[in-house]
Design a protein. Structure first.
Lengths: 246, 224
């Protein structure tokens, strides 16, 4: 199948530190890809570069009919790319001055220019899907970590993005809230939403991913179906990592 | 030692009170203008817009670094000597202009600090859904910064109300000017200025009560 999302030659350096050292990746429509690997190997930076939260130094990102060349990307291209990719943050990063419903509506009204009525209806629909139909008027400060992260996911869902990026979505959560957030991501994955998810939840990655990527030192070391990566990894570094996280 | 002439003060109070609207008018107009200007100056500083950022830094430095009274004299007595279109400037306008520029410099620094105090993740979240710089400032950053800066800005408003008393040095008859005139006739300076002081005190206290109510209300809406 052809690529829906194609990343080629992505490079990112912070000072002398090369964090992404030439990433090439092709995602087919509806493909769910989990990225695993040791801390500080560029997994999160890769996701952030795909949304230009960190600007890549070089490389090309193609999303359907939109191709963005990192070295030359201008503002309209970056905004277009961001509007077509949903991003879920590790620390939720909900807008603190807005209710749960307003957080979900914001991209629809301010960015996509929907009327408040239409956006509200869509937001209420999403609130139902994320299991927070009764918490629309709550502010983030009054919600649990799990609820906040579900709203964070809802905010990204509202974009109807071609690609959803999950940056360690459960790492900041107390253990008691991890389950409900993983359940929601699983539900989205079941809907064949194309997604890239950076996670430390190996069992979860094995369960929902069509493909698992192991990254180390800013490169993709090995990739394949979960059964291969978790059952029969070819590279020593992958095996060493999986032994450690065990 | 002589006793206070309470009867005189009682008679003077309504005269002075008649000038409260002018005092509030100057303070409120200057506050609104200063807030708008300060927000723009703060954004320029936060975004570090080339060249203009340096100009704003100098503007802020000058208006914070010189006394309000000196600035008022510059606008009212000084500038018209060079800029002929200013010769018709009246004392009230000059006071409003001076208060606006002077306090916008202070307020810009408060607002800038409040903007920088908004967590970086709020900027990133707004960027991630495709907001432009203007949208994210207006919808996400400034509302949160405003909440942080509100108590400080309220204090500046109180300073502004008191600052309007300097208008009397530009020949404006406001509360202070009126008291000065009355006292010049009666020689009861203590009584006259005491009445003025009490009026300022009451106005500022009333505002402080309002401020505490507002903060309690805001605190409830977005408890941290």
């Amino acid at each position: 199948m052809s690529c829906e999302i194609e990343i080629s030659g992505l490079i990112k350096t912070f000072g002398d530190n090369t964090v992404l050292n030439g990433i090439d990746l092709c995602l087919t429509p509806g493909e769910r890809v989990a990225i695993i690997g040791p801390s500080g190997t560029g997994k999160s930076t890769l996701l952030r570069c795909l949304n230009f939260l960190d600007r890549p130094d070089a490389g090309r990102i193609t999303l359907g009919d939109l191709t963005v060349d990192a070295a030359r990307a201008d503002k309209p291209e970056i905004l277009a790319l961001r509007r077509r990719t949903g991003f879920v943050f590790q620390n939720y990063a909900l807008f603190a001055n807005m209710t749960a419903r307003q957080n979900i509506m914001e991209g629809l009204t301010t960015v996509r220019g929907w009327t408040p009525e239409k956006a509200r209806a869509r937001a209420d629909e999403i609130l139902g899907q994320i299991g927070l139909g009764d918490r629309g008027d709550s502010y983030p400060s009054g919600m649990s970590g799990g609820q906040q992260q579900r709203v964070g996911i809802g905010r990204a869902m509202a974009l109807d993005a071609e690609l959803m990026l999950f940056d360690e979505p459960t790492s900041a959560l107390d253990p008691e809230w991890v389950g409900e957030v993983l359940d929601l991501i699983r539900k989205i994955a079941d809907g064949r939403q194309t997604m890239l998810i950076v996670t430390h939840e190996m069992q979860f990655a094995r369960e929902i991913a069509d493909r698992v990527i192991f990254m180390e030192g800013g490169r993709i070391v090995e990739q394949g179906p979960p059964s291969q990566i978790f059952g029969n990894a070819q590279d020593d570094r992958t095996r060493a990592f999986l032994r450690r996280v065990g | 030692m002589r006793p206070l002439d309470i009867a005189y003060m009682w008679d003077l109070a309504p005269v002075i009170a008649g000038y409260i609207p002018l005092t509030l008018f100057m303070a409120i107009v200057a506050m609104v203008a200063a807030l708008a200007l300060a927000a723009i100056l703060a954004i320029i500083r936060v975004l570090k817009l080339p060249v203009i950022d340096r100009l704003v830094a100098v503007f802020i430095s000058f208006f914070r670094g010189t006394p309000l009274l000196v600035q008022l004299f510059l606008f009212y007595y000084g500038a018209p000597q060079m800029l002929s279109f200013l010769t018709s400037i009246n004392g009230v306008t000059a006071t409003i202009l001076g208060l606006t520029l002077h306090f916008s410099a202070y307020m810009a620094e408060s607002i800038r600090g409040a903007i920088l105090g908004v967590d970086r993740s709020q900027w990133e979240a707004a960027q991630s859904i495709g907001m432009t710089q203007g949208q994210l400032l207006r919808r996400v950053i400034l509302p949160q910064a405003a909440q942080t800066a509100a108590p400080t800005l309220m204090n500046y408003f109180i300073d502004m109300i008191k600052g309007t008393s300097l208008a009397f040095t530009l020949g404006v008859t406001e509360m202070m000017g009126a008291a000065q005139k009355e006292a010049a006739g009666s020689f009861l300076y203590l009584e006259a200025f005491l009445v003025v002081a009490l009026f300022y005190w009451v106005i500022v206290e009333a505002l402080s009560v309002g401020q505490r109510r507002m903060e309690a209300h805001l605190g409830k809406a977005v408890a941290r």
